[in-house]
Design a protein around this ligand. Sequence first.
Ligand code: THU
Length: 146
Amino acid sequence: MADDERSIEPELLAAAIEVQANAHVPYSQFHVGAAIRTRTGRIFTSCNVENAAYPQSVCAEAGAISAMVSGGERLIDAIVTVCEGDALATSCGGCRQKIREFADEHTMIYAAGPDGIRKAYTMAELLPDSFGPDNLGVGRSGPSSS
Ligand code: THU
């Protein structure tokens, strides 16, 4: 990775690392933190929250999206997800679709590890030819629709 890639999104990366520490992961021991910056500049974060009934667990991205929408925002400018380990870890398939709901062609998705940002994607790179609100004739709406 180039040195200039390490310096991208320092504030968002710091927010993701901070919330990663709160992850409730007694089953996987895999701490994840996610931080979203909306197009209006606000930041929303979440960690993953696991459950003894495994399917009830919530990914970090899903929690951050819920916080964003609850805060009255609906357009992700950038999202950083920070995971543990040496391997590149990107958002799971379900989370890619959840991000897609609130993304546009300018949205950036960053995958980070303990060493910082490892890879950057556009939404189309992470979820090509995706299904979205437009397929159902629905545009983005709400308090931060533009
Ligand atoms: N996890 C996330 O929080 N986000 C992802 O996109 C990948 C997986 C969490 C779910 C579970 O708590 C742990 O990582 C192991 O799968």
